[in-house]
Design a protein. Sequence first.
Length: 147
Amino acid sequence: MLGFTPFKKHANKFSYTPRYYDPEKERRAQRRAELRGERPEGAEGDYEPGQYIRTAYAARAARREEERAAHSKKRVGLLLAGVLLILFFSAVVYPRIMALVNDADRGAASVEAERRNPADPLDYSGISDEEWREMPITVVPNDYQGE
């Protein structure tokens, strides 16, 4: 831990000088470009601290806004499709299903009525033993007068 101390007054500083940097050559190239009316490569003026961060932030915000707009369009489309599907179901499919259910109920009711009230009043072949026990007893007066 050479040179480490938690009580520093400032951060470490580095003195880096590029090995092949020629400031005079760079100034000449910049001056020639200015005289020709060209801009040096990638230079839109002097660098301002935070310039790249701000442009990246602005580009990211624009991209997010485009994605949000596309997502809201998709959401509205799905919502509209859902409403149309519900309307179609309630207008076309639901009445047909209810008609089938009612026909089935009527068919079951007619079979039940036929079973309860057979064509022959003495035919009790279609009822169970429990229903047979629960049937009321009909008392018929004896009007027969024998000789």
